[in-house]
Design a protein around this ligand. Structure first.
Ligand code: NZQ
Ligand code: ZN
Length: 384
């Protein structure tokens, strides 16, 4: 196991009725900017609960943060932060609203061109404090220091991370998930599942605790995911899925182990260029990743096949083949497409994606930097 240091400062308020408790988490007298997306919070009662809890605070609202939050939109919020002397941000929404709010928090205190935070990895020296009321379980952003922002002007979708953008608190009330459409529920399960694999499906590093935690999260998602997506709302199913998604990307699975993240890097390009939802892009890329990296990932693929899918054939390669098939079927059974052609992406898109990644210097991907241009091409052709 590699050396590590770990501190996750995010206070989690989990469960029914917890939205009302945010009043105790925000400094008295704060001028709050409430950030939200396209309006789902008005239809499902979340907005009303938040406003009721914060009736004694000054609340200013900023809506319209789009899925895959855009730099230009977020900079409008930064202006409001300054003109209205805002001192606390409250994100009420899914991963996009939370990520967008992280960017606003950092950009408001950033001296130069704030896009440099994403495009050049410019260091963040401070950020505004913010809290989260999560309405969509998927990304883990509610308990991590990462954010992904899109720039429509340059067709880029780029991540950044900084300890400054850990939320001060995050409310996870499973009841808010009731109003999510089936596609978003499926997206959440798939995103969380792939987050675990990005941190688990690499090479063994004698980190048994992390490996077994990862398997526990994967098995929970397999157990609860289909009911979460297709059956009538059940509080316990939603609770387990919600917590699984948070645990999948709050840092603990990555401690002391190598991590991959190539599936996400390629997936972000599919979203930036062709508009696939984040999880849809992952469902396309991941089976190809397992296939083209099967030699490097051999031991962990075998462990995954055995411990997660209960597969054990006479020949290892057949066991691994079956694990890859089962993984893709899991996504398909959640009614999510797994091929580029199903999204009507032109075949010429494959070279466009490769060129874009090359330009960003992202052509040696994965835990061993072994995913090169040829393998990337093979992967994308395989997934066409
Ligand atoms: O905008 P509103 O009206 O709120 O509607 C949203 C949006 O249309 C809707 N929604 C959210 N909660 C709802 C609801 N509809 C009904 N009832 C509710 N309770 O769902 C739609 C999608 O929302 P979005 O926030 O975009 O989804 P998600 O949470 O999947 O976030 C995706 C973004 O997070 C990034 C992705 O790249 C993408 O930009 N990620 C962030 C990560 C991180 N910060 O650690 C890691 C992830 O790998 C990921 O990259
Ligand atoms: Zn993801």
């Amino acid at each position: 196991m590699y050396n590590f240091e770990f501190r996750n400062p995010v206070k989690i308020l989990f469960g029914e009725g917890k939205i009302g408790f945010i009043v105790k988490e925000i400094p008295v007298g704060s001028r709050i900017l409430l950030t939200y997306g396209g309006g789902s919070i008005f239809k499902n009662g979340v907005y009303d609960q938040v406003v009721k809890a914060l009736q004694h605070f000054t609340l200013i609202e900023f809506g319209g943060i789009e899925p895959n939050p855009r730099y230009a939109t977020l900079m409008k919020a930064v202006k409001i932060v300054k003109s209205e002397n805002i001192d606390f941000l409250l994100a009420v929404g899914g991963g996009s609203v939370v990520d967008g709010t992280k960017f606003i928090a950092a950009a408001a205190n950033f001296p130069g061109d704030a896009w440099d935070i994403c495009s050049k990895g410019a260091p963040i020296e401070s950020a505004m404090p913010f809290g989260v009321v999560l309405t969509l379980s998927a990304t883990g952003t509610e308990m991590n220091p990462f954010s992904v922002v899109s720039n429509a002007a340059t067709n880029e979708k780029l991540p950044f991370g900084s300890p400054w953008v850990y939320p001060k608190f995050s409310v996870l009330d499973p009841n808010v998930l009731k109003s999510l459409p089936k596609t978003q529920l499926a997206n959440g399960v798939i995103d969380a599942f792939v987050h675990v694999l990005e941190q688990y499906l690499t090479f063994p590093n004698q980190a048994e605790i992390q490996d077994r935690f990862a398997e526990a999260v994967l098995l929970s998602l397999l157990q609860y995911g289909p009911d979460y997506v297709f059956k009538e709302f059940d509080y316990d199913v939603a609770s387990n899925t919600m917590w699984a998604a948070t645990m999948a990307l709050n840092g603990q699975l990555a401690l002391g182990v190598p991590t991959d993240w190539a599936t996400h890097t390629i997936g972000h390009e599919l979203t930036a260029l062709y508009g696939l939802d984040h999880a849809q892009s992952l469902a396309v890329v991941l089976p190809g990743m397992m296939e083209v990296m099967r030699t490097e990932k051999h031991e962990k693929l075998l462990r995954y096949a055995k411990n997660v899918w209960n597969l054990s054939e006479e020949h290892d390669e057949i066991t691994i083949d079956q694990a890859i098939v089962k993984t893709e079927e899991f996504f398909q059974n959640l009614e999510t497409k797994t091929h580029l052609s199903e999204y009507n992406i032109p075949e010429a898109g494959i070279e466009i994606i490769i060129e874009k990644l090359k330009k960003q210097g992202k052509i040696h991907l994965g835990e061993r930097k072994a995913l090169d241009e040829n393998r990337l091409r093979a992967l994308l052709q395989m997934r066409y």
